[in-house]
Design a protein around this ligand. Structure first.
Ligand SMILES: Cc1cc2nc3c(=O)[nH]c(=O)nc-3n(C[C@H](O)[C@H](O)[C@H](O)COP(=O)(O)O)c2cc1C
Length: 163
């Protein structure tokens, strides 16, 4: 028999497993695991990520107005879990994990080179929805491993085993 659900928390599935990387004005790099994320416009291309204000990364994105969305392959599960359960407030997580860092082409934020796709974004708006602040990011540049790019310039997601 049908029953009413009483806990509505995070009821929309599936949620992606992404890593949002960012930098503060002091030049510290950080990344956190984010599941509250989606495309929110294709013209112009925009994505949205939700960050809880208590996260160390929140203040970084607020300060600089930029972030990078890194798609996570299955083999980076350990790193994803670590970045989602430790805080940059206490340690340099990226260094602790020995993750390879590149520079954004268009934004002043770190790019996680171990991830097959990196989406550089500039914050154009944000909405405090409740627990999270949803940052709307204009997609400035997308990096992907050469073998993942199809003839039309889009990404062949079938070739990536996403977490
Ligand atoms: C699977 C998973 C999904 C998560 N999704 C989010 C999210 O959407 N937004 C958020 O603010 N934190 C999310 N977190 C929690 C942060 O990643 C976590 O609190 C992290 O330690 C914050 O790091 P920071 O303090 O260095 O920013 C998630 C964690 C996990 C494991």
């Amino acid at each position: 028999m049908e029953k009413k659900v009483t806990n509505f928390k995070s009821c929309l599935k599936a949620m992606p497993n992404i890593l949002v990387s960012c930098r503060n004005e002091k030049g510290e790099d950080n990344a956190l695991a984010v599941a509250y994320a989606c495309n929110c416009s294709y013209d112009p291309p925009m994505v949205m990520v939700g960050i809880v204000p208590s996260r160390y990364s929140y203040h970084m994105v607020k300060e600089t107005g930029v972030f990078v969305v890194n798609l996570v392959p299955e083999e980076l599960k350990k790193e994803f879990v670590y970045l989602g359960s430790h805080s940059g407030r206490d340690e340099d997580k990226l260094k602790a994990l020995d993750m390879k860092i590149g520079e954004g082409d268009k934004v002043n934020a770190p790019v996680l080179l171990d991830c097959p796709v990196n989406i550089e974004c500039t914050v154009v708006d944000s909405i405090k929805t409740g627990s999270h602040e949803m940052f709307v990011g204009k997609v400035e540049c997308v990096h992907a491993k050469e073998e993942l790019i199809m003839e039309d310039g889009s990404i062949d997601y079938a070739k990536i085993n996403l977490l």
